[in-house]
Design a binder for this molecule. Structure first.
Ligand SMILES: [Zn+2]
Length: 344
């Protein structure tokens, strides 16, 4: 615990896309655009002896690849790329994994869970098909027009944003050490946002590449998926945030979205408190039984488009599953073969 009351941002603006900015010795910050409400991602390039290691790759489109080309031209000076490592499988992180690993002839480094799920999502197999999700969301009361839109837009979305994905990889597990540029980076697996999200921490440098597990301004999406409809990803996420929140408070945090910051312990506490407040609101709303779709506006007060609803529904279910497992809520059958939730 510390008495820090606000986060501290040593850099007040990101580098322009296609440029780099050194944020610590040998660690360059890159910014790439995203065609979503969340309109950017941070990537990192670490000096690795004669070459550089790339952490996360941007979404797999022409725009991002053109910015990569510019960076290679201006800042690589013919140095080889030694590692392409992705923190997790989401398209803004994994989109150019195939393109970069083929171009530089290096293996992809990532967790097994994310490697396999990326393929399942691309192939729409193994329970990761969009139909399975549409069925789950229908069961929980999402309206038909939103479901039609999700069905039409989501099925091929991952493959479009991750046009190629490698067929072999170098596996990361929790506690592994990755040596980059004479520094040892410890892999700290986080759960709930992706199957096995790899954050990288260097004790010696006091730097955490947090990926999406700890973000300074927004709370990370944590959704229930159709393969584990009664799973509890939010419990796993909160537990993982607590683990990261035990690292030293003077750790410099490099997140995937927003600005690099100091205040890791404070931010971890804020994220836990944020969810605690949402749990209390949901429990109060469920004094009378409700289906999940009716509870979306409790958690999301703004108007949502189909993409927003898709995330909101998964996230609402994640909160409800957490409360059920914690014994604060129970499920009961509702008319129309649905499930409703009631506070206990
Ligand atoms: Zn993500």
């Amino acid at each position: 615990m510390t008495d820090r009351s606000t986060l501290e941002y040593p850099f007040d603006a990101p580098p322009p896309a296609g440029e780099i900015r050194e944020v610590a010795p040998g660690i360059a910050w890159l910014r790439m655009p995203l065609p979503y409400v969340l309109d950017h991602i941070n990537l990192w390039m670490l000096d690795d002896g004669a070459g550089v290691a790339i952490i996360d790759t941007g979404i797999g489109n022409e725009v991002t690849r053109a910015f990569w080309d510019r960076i290679f031209e201006r800042h690589l000076n013919g140095r080889p790329v030694t590692h392409v490592l992705i923190t997790h499988l989401h398209p803004d992180h994994a989109g150019n994994a195939g393109w970069l690993t083929e171009r530089f002839k290096v293996p992809l480094t990532c967790s097994q869970g994310d490697y396999l799920m990326a393929h399942a999502w691309r192939d729409q197999s193994s329970g990761y098909q969009v139909d399975a999700l549409v069925d789950l969301f229908r069961h929980h009361g999402l309206d038909e027009s939103s479901l039609t839109e999700i069905d039409a837009t989501r099925g091929t979305a991952y493959r479009r944003a991750v046009p190629r994905f490698p067929d072999r990889y170098q596996r990361l597990i929790d506690g592994d050490t990755v040596k980059i540029g004479g520094s040892e980076w410890q892999v700290i697996m986080g759960y709930g946002h992706a199957p096995e999200h790899a954050s990288l921490y260097s004790t010696e440098r006091q730097v955490l590449i947090s990926g999406d597990m700890i973000l300074p301004r927004i709370s990370t999406n944590v959704s229930v998926s159709a393969v584990s409809p009664e799973g509890n990803p939010l419990k796993r996420f909160i537990d993982s945030v607590k683990v990261l929140g035990r690292l030293p408070d003077d750790t410099f945090v490099l997140p995937s979205h927003g600005l690099p910051f100091y205040g890791l312990q404070l931010r971890a506490r804020q994220l836990v408190e944020h969810h605690d407040a949402r749990f209390a609101e949901l429990q109060e709303a469920c004094a009378t039984p409700r289906i999940a779709a009716e509870l979306i506006p409790i958690l999301f007060r703004r108007k949502l488009d189909a993409q927003g609803l898709f995330f909101a529904m998964g996230e609402t279910l994640a909160h409800l599953n957490y409360l059920v497992e914690a014994g604060r809520m129970r499920r009961e059958p509702a008319p129309g073969d649905r499930t409703r939730y009631v506070a206990v």
